[in-house]
Design a binder for this molecule. Structure first.
Ligand SMILES: [Zn+2]
Length: 308
């Protein structure tokens, strides 16, 4: 009997796989290494093999996949991190697993993470959710009326590439300058701190290091270091600006902040809440901005939601 939903979060270094029951309770999880050789030709094969080793295929209701690239109608448009070009996931997974009755659904990883937070995380009970994922880059996910917004090109919710900065004009991976990602990702926060250090004579513990992480900048800010505080203040002001613009566009019920950078905790909300109202119109009465609660598992929960 079919009773399990499989959530597959495909990342550039590893693939996280979750086994869920019909209700969406996580029963088991395992992972496989992402084989980037030969343009990622083995990735799907390795995933299906790992699933088959753990779960009988005739017990699987469906498999949801989250991938780091634009996805439209279960077709990956391209996925630079994995070496993939256009890829029909539904067709390829069906042929690998050899069972047409298993439902296959796919989505962009950041959109899927937002779905996960709505399904079982901090946004549970809401149907209109925006999520910013602050990691090495900045991802975004939008859910409206319970449905992931894929957009016409599979690029709905690319919130990391909203342009918010016209002062530093740091180059973004997307080819533009001043994207949110260039000033609010882990990399962006470090760039802001280094710029500040270069243009100031004020001492900071950050000067002890040739290189440092965004976490270090947050730690300095928490310990009342001026450069640390100014850097976080600036980064979170950009984030608040992007959030206000998205709020005015979509008027969501909740905005969730996730990703590795969000481990810095409540300090993020302190700064973001401080600036959000400077940018948002009073039509949007109350900011409901919250930290994500599922951590790295948001992706697999969201993949399970795609099937549910
Ligand atoms: Zn960009």
């Amino acid at each position: 009997m079919r009773k399990y939903i499989i959530g597959v979060d495909v990342g550039g270094t590893s693939v996280k796989i979750g086994k869920f029951n019909r209700a969406g309770d996580l029963l088991d999880k395992f992972s496989v290494k992402t084989d980037l050789s030969n343009h990622g030709a083995n990735i799907l094969k390795d995933i299906i093999q790992a699933i088959k080793e753990n779960i009988a295929t005739d017990e699987i209701i469906g498999i949801g996949l989250g991938v780091p690239g634009p996805v439209k109608n279960n077709v990956v448009i391209h996925c630079v991190n994995l070496g993939w070009g256009r890829k029909d996931l539904e067709k390829e997974v069906h042929s690998l697993i050899n069972d047409e009755n298993i439902i296959i659904q796919a989505g962009n990883d950041a959109n899927v993470a937002a779905a996960g937070e709505m399904f079982k995380g901090i946004a549970k009970g809401y149907k209109n959710v925006v999520m910013f994922t602050l990691g090495t880059g900045v991802g975004g996910g939008i859910i409206l009326d319970g449905k992931v917004v894929e957009g016409v090109n599979g690029s709905g919710g690319e919130l990391g590439h909203i342009i918010v900065d016209q002062r530093h004009n740091f180059a973004c991976n997307c080819g533009k300058k001043g994207c949110l990602e260039t000033v609010a990702s882990a990399t962006g926060i470090v760039n802001l701190a280094k710029t500040r250090l270069a243009h100031s004579k004020v001492w900071s513990p950050l000067r002890k290091y040739e290189d440092f992480s965004a976490k270090k900048v947050f730690d300095c800010a928490k310990e009342d270091d001026a450069i640390g505080k100014q850097t976080i203040d600036e980064a979170m002001r950009y984030l608040a600006l992007a959030m206000a613009n998205v709020s005015l566009t979509l008027d969501p019920e909740i905005i969730v902040i996730g990703g590795g950078v969000s481990n810095a905790g409540e300090i993020i909300l302190e700064y973001v809440n401080k600036y959000y109202y400077d940018y948002v119109n009073p039509f949007i009465k109350k900011a409901n901005i919250a930290m994500a609660s599922l951590g790295n598992d948001a992706g697999i929960y969201g993949c399970a939601y795609l099937i549910k």
